[in-house]
Design a protein around this ligand. Structure first.
Ligand SMILES: [Zn+2]
Length: 301
């Protein structure tokens, strides 16, 4: 069985690593990847969802799409791929993260939760406190770190870090903040034995509704050759690009698209020791690319 665990950052471990990373946010990784020769070569199957935008009102939608129905529709499809983990990369709730939004979300994903762990990151349409209250049982111990919800998922072939870019509820820009970036730099410096992929809700451009401290994030990651990819959402666009040697994967939305040219759906991912294979599952919008595959290869460390 693969080792999968939900490990929120607790205050104690944060203080430990933040002290190490405090000198400079970009000083986390000065050495090259130290991959263990005994690293298994098996795979880690993760179902990747983003921007579900689940409303309390089941008929609430946007651009003719019904996010509640969309998620209900994909749940059996996700389960049929037998994922070892599911990641929902932010904007889980419709607009402001109402308790009732999360109640509907919890009910919808319950069939998945019976078969695999679900890790939920936060986006600008989520509400941290309401989320924590709604998922206190499902996700166990909460991060106790400066009001951020950061998750680590361990597997022999890849280490997954789900960051928290929620800044102001229902305001488009996102922010990681210096404490989280310092933690990340310290954590990556101490954990270089296998590839790392990072999830963050916000887009990584400049200004507007992007991640305000995207440049600082890239500064941290650029010195860490074992970081291979950033997965993000927010734009409701399906796209794969490369920047500074990092694969950038923009996940499609489950809830609705902003442009007719974009699909609605989710992505199944098979991580292996040297990359990831991605398959798009488009259920609405532009479905031309449904079933299309991308084989991404990690840059050498
Ligand atoms: Zn969204």
């Amino acid at each position: 069985m693969p080792i999968i665990f939900h490990q929120p950052i607790n205050r104690r471990s944060f203080l430990k690593v933040s002290t190490l990373g405090a000198a400079s946010i970009v000083s986390g990784c000065k050495h090259t990847e130290n991959r263990s020769s005994s690293s298994p070569t098996n795979e880690f199957r993760i179902a990747l969802l983003s921007d579900t935008h689940i409303p309390a009102d089941r008929v609430n939608g946007h651009r003719g799409f019904n996010p509640w129905e969309n998620l209900k529709k994909i749940v059996p499809s996700v389960i049929s791929t037998h994922p070892e983990a599911v990641i929902l990369n932010g904007d889980a709730a419709r607009l402001v993260g109402l308790p009732e939004d999360y109640r509907e979300l919890a009910a919808l994903i319950k069939p998945i939760a019976r078969t695999s762990p679900i890790y939920i990151g936060l986006g600008n349409h989520d509400h941290r406190e309401n989320f924590h209250q709604a998922f206190s049982k499902e996700l166990g111990k909460r991060a106790n770190l400066t009001d951020k919800h950061v998750l680590i998922v361990e597997h022999p072939v890849v280490r997954v870090i789900v960051l928290d870019s929620l800044d102001i509820v229902n305001k488009s820009p996102g922010l990681l903040g210096e404490p989280q970036l310092k933690w990340l730099a310290g954590y990556l410096g101490q954990n270089s034995d296998r590839p790392v992929v990072v999830f963050v809700h916000h887009t990584l451009g400049v200004g507007g509704g992007n991640l305000i401290d995207a440049a600082q994030l890239f500064s941290v990651l650029s010195s860490c050759r074992h970081v291979k990819a950033i997965f993000y959402g927010h734009s409701h666009v399906w796209e794969n690009t490369v920047r500074q040697g990092l694969h950038l994967i923009n996940l499609p939305a489950v809830g609705y698209n902003f442009k007719d040219t974009q699909p609605i759906g989710w992505v199944s991912a098979q991580f292996h020791s040297s990359g990831v294979n991605l398959t798009l599952h488009a259920i609405g919008g532009n479905t031309v690319l449904d079933g299309s595959k991308h084989e991404l290869t990690w840059n050498a460390a």
